[in-house]
Design a protein around this ligand. Structure first.
Ligand SMILES: Cc1cc2nc3c(=O)[nH]c(=O)nc-3n(C[C@H](O)[C@H](O)[C@H](O)COP(=O)(O)OP(=O)(O)OC[C@H]3O[C@@H](n4cnc5c(N)ncnc54)[C@H](O)[C@@H]3O)c2cc1C
Ligand code: SF4
Ligand code: SF4
Length: 442
């Protein structure tokens, strides 16, 4: 699992979410030496931050953690975390990736993940991993099932009191650690850089993020997660158990004013999932989903949606015009009812916005891969070989190519690994580029 400064691999996978991990495991399983480059301090991507997953309602962590551990312990996989990719380019030997590894201010080889530094650090700041609802220390293991289980010091908030260094049993704290340039040479690459949610701050109609008790869907995933900030669903502003929770669908998607004219594809289903989980944990709560149309296109998804309706979740076909802060922490939802009621409003204790899905990586100036009009990496053979990009020997997997759920992400990650393996096989007997050209003729 250890990383070295200048290393040579068969394949490099950029992005250590579920797509990148699946691709890396598939390649490593075929004997290919594979590097996984991740910008965060832990692999696992968005999936490790989810509560349960539709349509099976399996625990997300129970599925993701074994994949993360398998990648971390695989003899053919080398993980690089905290890495900012500077350049991905083609050369005579294949693909080179240059990057800067940000300092953890902790010697990763010495850290044993005991958390003594975390327990003794006096600085508490909001924990983005928990949706900002609880605190974390300036030095900490990023989250309970992070891989690697190595401490990370947040230099912006550290006051250099020295307490962490005093208690560290392995003398792993390195206040003087510097960013380190690293270079990887590989024969082929897979881009699996996933997505980010659009921010509510760009939407004045929905309060620009200033209305208390208006949260986004990833924050709700944390409230629902077993290791969430409160251990149960509470209203963030005052700790009240919410009696009425609303979802606003397409809050940042299918909306040219937000720069996201496309459908984000998985929001309908995760809203239905979260509503079902909420009705399990808060059986007395009223749960309403304001939607334009429900897109339940995957296998068993329609049944999942029908089950939610049968559980008493209310679906209101409406375009939500605006949100306002109401009395006592309530949120007033003003909407145009599409079934006849016209312009009307309702108060809810908590409102969840299904924000838009944006590309996780802007390759401009870093990697000359072609993008589609939506900014996601363009597949040049979308029907026959969706993992093939316009860069010879560089493939794409998961949401990096466009919004998709976990089932499609895993399928595509396997396809990208297959394309990369085919490319490597072709390279061993033919000139570079043969594999992509073969795919184009299939
Ligand atoms: C609230 C919510 C709930 C959801 N619930 C479900 C569900 O129940 N079922 C379901 O099927 N789907 C669900 N999804 C969708 C699911 O999250 C995605 O399908 C899945 O996470 C996609 O995986 P990925 O690996 O492609 O992307 P990500 O999970 O985004 O992983 C990408 C990784 O790449 C890294 N990265 C990005 N840029 C770089 C870079 N330049 N260099 C290095 N690393 C980089 C990121 O840090 C990240 O670790 C949900 C989504 C949301 C928002
Ligand atoms: S106290 Fe030292 S060994 Fe323990 S988690 Fe912190 S840095 Fe790592
Ligand atoms: S030196 Fe910084 S990280 Fe370490 S205990 Fe003090 S404030 Fe926390």
């Amino acid at each position: 699992m250890d990383s070295s400064k200048n290393a040579v691999f068969d394949a490099v996978v950029i992005g250590g979410g579920i797509a990148g991990l699946q691709s890396a495991l598939d390649l490593a399983g075929q004997g290919y030496k594979t590097a996984v480059v991740e910008k965060d301090a832990s692999i696992g991507g968005k999936m490790i931050r989810l509560s349960k997953v539709f349509p099976t309602l399996d625990c997300a962590s129970c599925i993701t953690t074994p994949k993360m551990a398998a990648a971390a312990h695989h003899d053919n996989i080398t993980l690089y975390t905290c890495c900012d990719v500077q350049r991905v380019e083609k050369n005579a030997a294949g693909v080179s990736v240059s990057m800067i590894q940000r300092p953890r201010y902790v010697d990763i080889d010495k850290c044993i993940g005991c958390r003594k530094c975390e327990y003794n650090c006096p600085v508490l700041v909001p924990d983005a991993e928990q949706g900002g609802f609880s605190g974390r220390k300036a030095i900490r293991i990023p989250f309970s099932n992070a891989i690697p289980q190595k401490a990370l010091l947040d230099v912006e908030h550290c006051m250099l009191c020295g307490k962490c260094a005093d208690v560290c049993p392995t003398k792993a704290i390195r206040y003087d650690q510097k960013p380190e340039p690293l270079a990887i040479q590989a024969k082929t690459a897979i881009l699996a850089t996933g997505y980010e949610l659009s921010s509510v701050t760009g939407k004045p109609q929905y309060g620009n993020g200033d209305i208390p008790n208006v949260i986004d869907s990833l924050q709700m995933e944390r409230l629902l997660a077993p290791h969430g900030p409160y251990g149960r669903v509470l209203r963030p502003s005052d700790g009240m158990i919410p009696d009425s929770i609303a979802y606003v669908q397409c809050a940042g998607s299918r909306d040219a004013s937000m720069g996201v004219p496309y459908c984000s594809r998985f929001c309908c289903m995760y809203a239905v999932k979260q509503a079902m989980l909420l009705s399990g944990s808060l059986p007395l709560a009223d749960i309403t989903i304001y939607y334009m149309d429900i897109r339940a296109f995957g296998k068993n998804y329609e049944q999942f949606y029908q089950n939610a309706k049968a559980m008493g979740i209310e679906f209101v076909k409406a375009k939500v015009a605006s949100l306002d802060a109401g009395q006592g922490g309530a949120v007033t939802v003003r909407y145009e009812d599409q079934t006849g009621e016209g312009a009307t409003s309702r108060d809810h204790d908590l409102v969840v916005l299904s924000m838009g899905v944006l590309p996780g990586f802007a390759p401009g100036g870093v990697c000359p891969v072609g993008l589609g009009p939506d900014g996601f990496i363009q597949s040049v053979l979308p029907k026959m070989s969706p993992a093939v990009t316009d860069m010879d020997g560089v493939f794409v997997a998961g949401v990096a190519a466009g919004p998709k759920d976990i089932v499609d992400t895993i399928t595509e990650a396997g396809a990208a690994a297959m394309e990369a393996a085919k490319y490597l096989t072709a390279l061993s007997g033919k000139a570079p580029g043969a594999a992509n050209k073969e795919s184009a003729h299939e």
